[in-house]
Ligand binder design. Structure first.
Ligand SMILES: [Zn+2]
Length: 156
């Protein structure tokens, strides 16, 4: 994993983001999900940029860019893409801790990385990985939300 830490990001906050990145990668590279890489390879493939600029987070086949501004401002709302904002598993969540807002954002961006990087070579993603927030993305994100993030969310 290559890590780029932009100005204004503390080592502590960077490490917190990396903790969730690793949890997501470790889950999605379990054999059951049939990705063409194991955890070590996926780690090597991933470039993580952590910034604090008040921008959106983003991802591509090379890696993810996480903007931690929502976390450092103490945000309690994980706002999801409108098409699935009301989904009970992958939808928006309110009244959660800032760390879990960050965790949800990271799970979302890791899902994009996985779809673009491994979608073409993964049997169950091959035909549906292309749309940014399409079926393939949602299937990956559903795994990461339900296994990595949602267990920490309290029902409110
Ligand atoms: Zn997205």
């Amino acid at each position: 994993m290559r890590i780029i830490q932009r100005a204004g990001v503390s080592a502590k906050d960077r490490d917190l983001a990396l903790k969730w990145v690793k949890r997501c990668l470790r889950e999605i590279t379990r054999k059951d999900y049939e990705l063409p890489v194991d955890y070590g390879e996926a780690r090597n493939d991933l470039l993580v940029t952590v910034k604090r600029a008040g921008h959106r987070s983003s991802a591509c086949a090379k890696g993810i860019t996480i903007d931690i501004s929502a976390y450092t401002k103490g945000s309690s709302a994980l706002l999801e893409y409108p098409a699935f904002a009301h989904d009970p598993v992958i939808g928006s969540r309110n009244a959660i801790t800032p760390e879990l807002v960050l965790a949800g954002t990271i799970a979302h961006e890791i899902s994009h990385f996985v779809q673009y990087r491994y979608g073409p070579n993964t049997r169950w993603l091959k035909k549906r990985y292309r749309k940014p927030h399409g079926e393939g993305f949602r299937d990956i994100y559903r795994i990461l939300r339900s296994k990595v993030v949602n267990p920490y969310l309290q029902d409110v």
